[in-house]
Design a protein around this ligand. Structure first.
Ligand SMILES: Cc1cc2nc3c(=O)[nH]c(=O)nc-3n(C[C@H](O)[C@H](O)[C@H](O)COP(=O)(O)OP(=O)(O)OC[C@H]3O[C@@H](n4cnc5c(N)ncnc54)[C@H](O)[C@@H]3O)c2cc1C
Length: 254
């Protein structure tokens, strides 16, 4: 029997990687103001286009990048990549997430290689706080998990003729996972450039987005605004009419 399942009520997001910028000695920039490596990398790339390293307009990095966003010259934002580890999200969330292709790379937990007998589940935001709904939902996912465990066992017997045990387990799990619900928790590493993150976050933090991915998008916006304000600070997080957080962007699709 599986041990008691774990239930997630919010995503866990960890920054794994950010850009490192090394200024070339032969092309120094007259930097002004506070900035991070990622922001400097984008400014450096932008200034190279016009060879304006002397900074004739006397702009600090954040004003320079504000102007880049305003002008829609978003391609320089593509030099700065940020990698996040996202856990405590459902398979239905990642199914939507991976539709965002341009500028993103993904690596996700495999349900063929990883045993899901101890899978965790993500409580749908709409159900959180309603005891009766949450209880009904929990009994459904618990029963799905029990079915999964039973099926893996039966399939291991069915595939007894497969000599390679690792392969046999993979064959059993890939068939048995069919009974696992969309709420099954998954883990994913996402690398995206700042322009790609902006486009995805604009779509997924809006009021029209599904609640779980919207909650994740708002959390990612908070993390990235703190990490690199020049790229992300035109996002405004607000309480929407549906009493959940949403965000709107200042500069659409740079
Ligand atoms: C609220 C909401 C509801 C949705 N509902 C559904 C649904 O019911 N069914 C469904 O299937 N999907 C649905 N989607 C997913 C949606 O159709 C897109 O697949 C998803 O939003 C990714 O958008 P994108 O293609 O712009 O992103 P990306 O792939 O990240 O692309 C970013 C941008 O790059 C450019 N680009 C990328 N690839 C190409 C290309 N091949 N050719 C030309 N330009 C390109 C485009 O300008 C694009 O906007 C929904 C999305 C949202 C936000």
């Amino acid at each position: 029997m599986p041990s008691a399942a774990q239930y997630y009520r919010e995503p866990r997001i960890t920054l794994l990687a950010r850009p490192t910028f090394t200024e070339p000695d032969h092309l120094p920039v007259s930097w002004l103001g506070e900035s991070t490596d990622g922001e400097r990398l984008a400014e450096f790339a932008g200034r190279l286009c016009y060879m304006s390293q002397r900074n004739p307009a006397g702009r600090n990095t954040r004003d320079y990048l504000e102007n880049i966003k305003k002008q829609g010259h978003g391609s320089v934002l593509e030099h700065a990549n940020y990698s996040l580890l996202v856990e405590g999200v459902s398979r239905s969330l990642t199914h939507e997430l991976v539709r965002h292709r341009a500028g993103f790379a993904y690596s996700q937990l495999s349900q063929r290689y990883v045993d899901e007998s101890d899978a965790a589940f993500v409580v749908p935001p709409a159900v959180i706080g309603d005891e009766s709904l949450e209880g009904a939902w929990r009994s459904q996912v618990d029963s799905a998990l029990a079915s999964y465990v039973g099926l893996v066992e039966q399939l291991m017997t069915l595939y007894g003729w497969v000599a390679d045990r690792v392969h046999r387990r993979k064959m059993a799990r890939e068939a048995a996972r069919g009974v696992l619900p969309n709420s099954t928790e998954t883990k994913i590493v996402i690398t995206g450039n700042a322009r790609a993150w902006r486009t995805m976050l604009e779509l997924r933090s809006s009021e029209g987005a599904e609640l779980e991915i919207r909650r994740m998008a708002v959390a990612v916006i908070r993390l990235l605004v703190a990490e690199a304000p020049a790229f992300f600070s035109d996002f405004e997080i607000y309480d929407a009419e549906d009493r959940r957080e949403a965000a709107r962007i200042g500069y659409h699709k740079v």
